[in-house]
Design a protein around this ligand. Structure first.
Ligand SMILES: [Zn+2]
Length: 377
């Protein structure tokens, strides 16, 4: 009797223990599921941005903010793009009108938002989703058969009221010359006046392009970092000017070609010659950089080499370059050149159904060239 009772008790106790175990397991599972559900959407942990050292391959005596174009700068004209491809110039239409009427559709976002991916660094999945071709609202349009040159200025805006960018803007306004600025996003955050300079440049009719945010080598970055570098700068520029850039110049011309379609901007390098060859205008630490000699040297380098269709790379962060550029413009004007923004130069030979490709790297555009022109649809 008492033994049976004992057994019963033992049984009851065991059952109770089992029940408790099952209950606690169930509770554990439920709360684990709950946690996971909470963690899933949107909580992708911030990708740690690998702060690569500024990959300046430039000689060590160059200050760190020296433009990166330098080392890689020798433009590599593609075989078919070398000297003068001379198809007959297109017959000039009597009334020059913009070849690119803006599409009726709302302006598509020029850059694709990267879909968050679980892994950050693999480049295997940038793939598919090419961004739609950007709509290019031509800033200016003149006679495409003119002898034309596009001056481009990188790494700014820089300086204050008497600084180099402001001096350039004043000089361009006096001459009624339009150029293209490739803006380094970070500069806009270093001083409020830099934003004013950008607005001034935009209002003066210059074309504003993107030169990334931090001016690092895009080829050494993950796709997420590349998108961030480009989009951040596009966002700031758009806030200030109201217009989202379409043209991009990668620092040093180093761009991840596997990402071009997805980024969806027009890539512009420079060419076919590089100012001063080994003595680029960026060399502000050059022994002669602040002397008249160096300025003269730059003026001569530009004037002696410039041809119709060239894209000339200079830096508005350096006063010597700014002065040299303005002087060179005066001489080139005498020689019959017209100064255009990059959009006009690159679209000079396009018909109204054509536009620029997001997967071609533009270096210069002679009369009659059709390289890099694609159908709009
Ligand atoms: Zn640069």
């Amino acid at each position: 009797m008492s033994r049976k009772k004992e057994t019963d008790y033992t049984l009851i106790v065991m059952l109770a223990v089992v029940a408790v175990i099952i209950a606690s397991l169930t509770i554990g599972m439920i709360s684990a599921m709950k946690n996971r559900r909470v963690a899933e959407p949107g909580t992708t942990p911030e990708q740690t941005v690998v702060v690569t050292d500024a990959p300046t391959d430039a000689p060590t005596n160059i200050p760190t903010d020296a433009p990166m174009e330098v080392p890689t700068s020798t433009p590599e004209p593609t075989p078919e793009s070398t000297p003068e491809p001379t198809p007959p110039p297109p017959t000039p239409t009597p009334t020059p009108k913009p070849t690119n009427t803006p599409a009726p559709t709302a302006t598509p976002k020029p850059t694709a938002t990267p879909t968050p991916k679980p892994t950050a660094t693999s480049s295997a999945h940038i793939s598919a989703t090419p961004a739609p071709l950007p709509v290019i609202n031509l800033k200016h349009k003149g006679d495409p058969t003119d002898k034309m040159i596009a001056f481009t200025f990188d790494d700014g805006p820089n300086g204050l009221e008497n600084g180099s960018t402001k001096t350039l803007l004043d000089g361009l306004r006096e001459r009624n010359i339009k150029v293209t600025f490739f803006i380094k996003g970070m500069e806009l955050d270093t001083h409020p006046y830099h934003k004013t300079l950008l607005k001034m440049a935009y209002d003066d009719g210059h074309l504003i392009g993107n030169h990334t945010y931090s001016h690092l080598n895009l080829k050494r970055m993950s796709e997420q970092e590349v998108f961030k570098e480009i989009n951040k700068t596009n966002d700031i520029i758009e806030q200030i000017t109201g217009e989202r850039p379409v043209f991009l110049r990668a620092p040093g011309g180093a761009f991840r070609e596997d990402m071009m379609a997805a980024v969806g901007m027009i890539n512009v390098k420079w060419g076919p010659f590089d100012i001063g060859d080994s003595t680029g205008d960026w060399k502000k630490s050059h022994p002669n950089a602040t002397t008249q000699d160096f300025e003269d040297y730059l003026v001569n380098a530009i004037v002696s080499k410039a041809q119709d269709g060239d894209i000339i790379l200079m830096h508005d962060i350096i006063m010597t370059s700014v002065r040299a550029a303005l002087r060179a413009m005066d001489i080139l004007k005498e020689k019959g050149f017209r100064f255009v923004t990059v959009d006009e130069l690159l679209l000079r030979n396009a018909n109204e159904n054509q536009t620029l490709s997001t997967t071609y790297i533009y270096t210069f555009m002679r009369q009659g060239d059709t390289r890099g022109l694609v159908d709009k649809k």
